[in-house]
Design a binder for this molecule. Sequence first.
Ligand SMILES: [Zn+2]
Length: 467
Amino acid sequence: MIRIYNTLSKKKEDFVPLKEGWVRMYVCGPTVYGLIHVGNARPAIVFDAFRRYLEYRGYKVVMVQNFTDIDDKIINKANDLGVNPQKLADTFIAEYFRDAHSLGIRPANFHPKTTDYVKEIIDTVQKLIDKGYAYKTPYGDVYFSVRKFPKYGELSGKKIEDLIAGARVEPGEEKKDPLDFALWKAAKASEPWWESPWGKGRPGWHIECSAMSTTLLGESFDIHAGGEDLIFPHHENEKAQSEACTGKIFAKYWMHNGMIRMVGEKMSKSLGNIFLVRNAVAAFGRDAIRLFILSKHYRSPIDFSEEILIDNKKAVRRGWEAIERFEKRMNVEIPVPKYDSWMNEQIEKFKESLDDDFNTPEAVAQIFNLIKELNKAMDSGDEDKALKAYHLIKREFGPVLGLFDLSREIKRLEGKESKLIDLLIDIRNKMRKEKRFDIADEIRDKLSEIGIILKDKKEGTEWEEVK
Ligand SMILES: [Zn+2]
């Protein structure tokens, strides 16, 4: 039985989907006005891996992840650049998919964009007005009446009395109550707008997820997920709107991932640079970034630093070296071993870890233990055990977490770097001819430490850079 920590009940619960065998899940996606960083990648990696695990456990999963493609930040940036906000958002949606792919994140079944759901959003807002949960102001804004929804605060654990102290009304707002939040915003000059029953305007932030999730997954669905920074106000508001509108439970389980913290006083320029997914993948590789994220429990905070990523990169390299060492020993296609009691125990252990609120650190540790077992079996010539360990790493567990499942990343260096390596190889080969193997081996080992792997072939020595 899978158990997950439900932010709503604040405890671990047995996972029982609303429809047997099916899981419908919605993950809040990014606001697209720039390239994504590792912080954005965390929920994408974690909940994609969780979905793979649900599939591994036999569920059929329908996953939705939205793009917020209309919002103040997008409009401001587009105005600064003098481009159309829609065009800007579409550009960064394409860039998102590029980065997500480079991290081995599978696309969701649906990736709705806010601007494609304006009709559904307007319908939802109208329903809330008709039911007395929302009101229009003379300015043409529409607000949700927080006090009309008695369960408000249930998800975040916030109390109305505490919220009142911090609430304020911005100039130009005509809220009846400082707690109320916008469902629809009247159009300002130089902003995109849509026609609505309340005049020209655009959706508020929270309403889009209510409209898109219920349109694609139904009024009630199983899992709503996202970063813990979204619990309040975003998810609290989504829940209030949706449940006020339908009178039904919105999401049964709420899952939230912890944040990524920068180590050190403030983020240095170089740290900021590698915090972008694109640069992080180029510097450390896909598997190292995934390992960095999955070796911590998804609800815990993670520290981000260059040293930590270097450690992950080294660990990944050790894993790949064992895998490739085994693959080289097998000249034939690697067969599927007969599952024995040892393998079944391993599988049970893997499931036990991940059933327990998706404890990926334990599952990752198990994979690295298997890498040790694989090396040990090869050292002692136990080919059968080696095959079993290999199979578990590469074909059974790897694909669930997206570790060691794809091919190893290999990059070709160019220019002077490449010439320097060729030069070192020439010196090494000279040393070998003169039987000075200590120096020759040292060159090979030192190059391997920085990720340059030499391969001696009949035609000469080849090299490749691995991450
Ligand atoms: Zn959302």
